[in-house]
Design a protein around this ligand. Sequence first.
Ligand SMILES: *Cc1c(COP(=O)(O)O)cnc(C)c1O
Length: 248
Amino acid sequence: MTDSAATVRPDRRAELANGLARVEARIADACATAGRDRAEVTMIAVTKTYPAGDVVALAGLGVTDMGENRDQEAAAKAAEVAAAGVTPRWHFIGQLQRNKCRSVVRYADVVQSVDSVRLATALDGAAAAARDRPLEVLVQVSIDRDAARGGALPDAADPDRGLGPVAAAVAGADALRLAGLMAVAPLGWEPERAFARLAEVREWFRGRHPEATALSAGMSGDLEIAIGYGATHVRVGSALLGMRPTLR
Ligand SMILES: *Cc1c(COP(=O)(O)O)cnc(C)c1O
C-alpha cells in the first residue's frame, strides 16, 4: 500500500467501524420505535477537528455525507479528500460569514446554516459565479428565538432574520435550492421540548414550501429524540469519531 496523507492506521479504521456500527444500530432502533423507514434518515458524519484520513476511512465504510462547521478547515480537508479520490457530499453546518461564501460554494453540496436574507443573497451571488448547479440550502431555525445566537426566527416579522423572509429569499434565488430546515437543540433545553417545538415550526413551513422536506436535527446525544420528531438528517460527531479535544 502506498503512503498517502489521507490514510489511517488499521486500529483507527477499526475504531471508526465500531463507532459507525453503534451509531447505525441507534438510528435503526430509533426508526423502528418511530415506525419510520430507515431509508428516510441520512447520517451526516461531523468530521470537524478530525483529519482527512478519517473522512476517507468513513467513506470506505459506506458513509456518504460529511459535515464541517469552519470554512478554513473544511476547504483544506475537502481538497485533501478529493486528492485521495473520494468525493462525499459535504454539508456546511457552522455559522457562516458573508465573506466566506465564495469559498464555501466551491466544495459544499449543502449549506445548512442560512439564517438571514443578507446571507442568502450573498450565498446566491457566490453560487451563481462558481457553480453550474444550484446549491442546496437548509434554513437554520432558532428554537428558543434568541436572536443573539444563530437561526432564523419563527413567527418574527423581522425582514432580515424572520423565518418566512429567509425561506422566501432562498426559494427565490436562482443559484440556491431550498431543501428544508436545520436546528440545534438550545443549551439548557430538554431535547424533547426542543424538537417538539421544531416539529411545529416545520408544519407551518411545509404549508408554504411543501417541496422542502429535509429536517436536519439531532446529534450524538439526542438523535433518537430527533428521529422521533421527524428528522431526515442527523449530524453525528463524537459518537462516531470520539470526543473532540475542544468543544465546538
Ligand atoms: C459539532 C456539531 C454537531 C455534532 O455534534 P456531536 O455532539 O459531536 O455529535 C452537530 N451539529 C452541529 C451544528 C455541530 O456544530
